[in-house]
Design a protein around this ligand. Structure first.
Ligand SMILES: *[C@@H]1O[C@H](CO)[C@@H](O)[C@H](O)[C@H]1NC(C)=O
Length: 292
């Protein structure tokens, strides 16, 4: 009897616990990508929305598990959108002309439509929309910040490349991409990167998302110079200069590189860490930066 009761309790609990679920119709989806959403049982009044992007050869469900964001979403009541792509070895479209344009018809457009659908359905806070991702998902976070600065308030990039680094490459995966970007051979001035970013949303006059850039010094797949270049890019866009380093922050062997007063741009250089810097042990630092 007691056992039966316990089993019933567990079943009830499982039935009510939130999980990552697919959403079929969220609006225009020009590249036919997948939407998945995690809506915690206890939502905040006007919930923030976090987009979580997987890397190449990965997928939404595994990214969701690896990120361990559900505990935080449950505690704080924010919604997580986990898009999925199966094209180009499951890599995001961060290379084509249309993919690098506001309203160009690339992956970024579909992701933004997922955000808009979510804001409308759950009365989300349009001023608290964020993106984070690892590897290709980090690259896409930079691209979303450049193409949709009007939608995203902040981004956290793990082991990615600057927005526009893969422009003109025939693919965006380790197999199909021009290797120059990942190898760290695409070097530009902040002004050149900045012009490229502004060209992704011509005429836009508003502010750009606050950015965190995380990278491992021992990354041999997407090499470390990409962090330096991404910091140049956002440093120029935000008009903030390198201010100071703080070692062993937020964990041992990581260096926090603060730009300006640290509210617009921060780098985290992870000494000896390869591909990729884990989101799973750094979520608190990301969510603090997002302000959620
Ligand atoms: C700050 O830290 C980064 C990463 O360790 C390093 O590359 C850079 O040279 C440091 N800058 C200064 C001024 O110490």
């Amino acid at each position: 009897m007691l056992l039966l009761f316990l089993a019933a309790t567990v079943l009830t609990y499982v039935a009510h616990a939130a999980s990552l679920v697919p959403v079929a119709d969220f609006g225009a989806n020009p590249t036919n990508i997948a939407m998945n959403i995690y809506v915690p049982d206890k939502l905040a009044a006007s919930p923030p929305v976090v987009v979580l992007l997987h890397g190449c050869m990965s997928a939404a469900q595994s990214m969701w598990r690896i990120s361990r964001l559900s505990t935080f979403a449950d505690q704080k009541g924010f919604i997580v959108i986990v898009p999925g792509t199966t094209k180009d070895f499951n890599c995001w479209e961060v290379n084509t002309a249309k993919g690098l344009k506001h309203g160009g018809g690339g992956d970024a457009d579909g992701i933004v439509n997922m955000v808009k659908w979510t804001l409308a359905k759950y009365n989300g806070d349009p001023k608290k929309v964020f993106s984070t991702g690892i590897s290709s998902g980090g690259m896409m976070t930079n691209v979303l910040a450049a193409t949709y600065p009007d939608v995203f308030a902040a981004g956290a990039v793990f082991s990615g490349v600057p927005a526009g680094c893969l422009a003109g490459s025939k693919g965006a995966s380790p197999i199909t991409a021009d290797p120059a970007c990942a190898d760290g051979q695409i070097r530009k001035t902040g002004e050149e990167w900045g012009a490229q970013v502004r060209d992704m949303y011509p005429g836009y006059q508003g502010s750009y998302p606050r950015m965190q850039i995380w990278h491992g010094t021992a990354d041999s797949l997407v090499t470390y110079p990409n962090m330096v270049e991404a910091l140049k890019e956002w440093s120029f866009i935000h008009g903030v200069q390198f201010a100071k380093n703080t070692t062993d922050t937020p964990q041992r062997a990581y260096t926090q590189m603060m730009y300006g007063d640290g509210t617009q741009l921060v780098g985290y250089s992870a000494q000896g860490v390869g591909h990729t810097v884990p989101l799973s042990s750094n979520q608190q630092t990301v969510l603090d930066f997002f302000g959620i």
